[in-house]
Design a protein around this ligand. Sequence first.
Ligand code: UDX
Length: 433
Amino acid sequence: MKITVIGAGYVGLVTAACLAEVGHEVLCAKKSTRNLDLLRQGISPIYEPGLSEMLQENLKKEQISFTNDIESAIKFSEVIFICVGTPTGENGNADLTQVMDVTSSIAEHMDSYKLIIEKSTVPVNTHLKIKELVEGRTGIEFDVASNPEFLAEGTSVHNFMNPNRIVVGVDSEKARKIFEEIYQPFTSQGYPLLFTNIPSAEIIKYASNAFLALKISYINLISDLCEMTGANIDDVSRGVGLDQRIGEKFLNAGLGYGGSCLPKDVNALIHTYKELDLDINLLEETMKINDQRREIFLEQIEKTLPDIKGRTITIWGLAFKPNTDDIRAAPAVDIVGRLNETGAVLKLYDPQAEENFSRIHPENSNLKYYKHRYDALKDSELLLIITDWDEFKDSNYDQVKELMASPVIIDGRNILDKELMEEKEFKYISMGR
Ligand code: UDX
């Protein structure tokens, strides 16, 4: 099937590559020429395991192509996935400017039936706005549908190819039939395709992300109780998560959630509730707890290393989570910013995120980036672990100890074995253990 994907960010690029991978003929369109040459060579401008390989293979097979000509992309197929950004607006709302711009272009250039699909995360009943705009501009038949994407960065190709569920909100039989065809390669393998009405599909995405945020804040709250009472949050999480009704995932306590989705979507959902005059304390509290995690961590640093000015601190992990170069709403952005103000000497390392991070926190006399994690340890009096990259778990801590000026670690992700670190005579501080 011919498919147009508009937007070549995380969601657009992964959607385009994976739909091509399962046999569709995909044209991925973006507004600017930025990175277009790279994409045409199959080089993903974002770090995402497996994505460049998949792009290259499908470019070779001519299953995928890239353009910045939006008009020809709209005319290319009857199925158009809108995958542009919906960042947080001024009041915490989802800013729909890009979605509505694309919708305008579709209305302007469509010359036959189109199925317009919201793939980006948009607030409930955005489909009505899309419908109204297109209906006001053209008499040509079209449908709007919601097909939210649940991919998590770092595993997004795997998530798309092995979905827990595919959610589709439609209000016409024609649209439903088209989706059955698009996702046939997945349903034939037994992956569930759930049809709902459009507002339900729009809500499912927000309800899922807010629930994940809630689960993380909840376990962080329990982690504070563990800290005060001699309990261990690892054991508590395991004990709670083994209840199949609760589940083991998203019960890792520590510095809390960041990234481009959970903070943005919790904010946008709060905004929607407020617009409808509904009570939403639960999610406001979720956000507050998450913000406090960074403060607790900073307080711990102050306690551990008083007179911080001029002292050397190593920071391992800048990305908001492992296996990505994304630093949006990452705890490290705030923590490094605050530490930099104190006059501490900061040595930073991340396997992928240095380039993005250095745009926000460029090198200065007190802040340097290192290409290898061990090089960042020299003369250091404190090692902070902020992201749970595997290579930090697998490091040689005898060597770490030798390299540091004093063996002190604050582990913001609880990735190291507390007893082992104490056996190695580190001063080891983690969260809720
Ligand atoms: C999330 C959703 O998981 C995904 O379904 C949706 O489509 C987009 O938003 P993502 O933002 O890529 O995906 O990352 P995710 O793996 O959900 O992690 C979010 C944040 O929560 C990270 O900062 C991570 O470190 C943190 N986290 C996760 C915890 O603090 N504890 C946990 O137990 C799990």
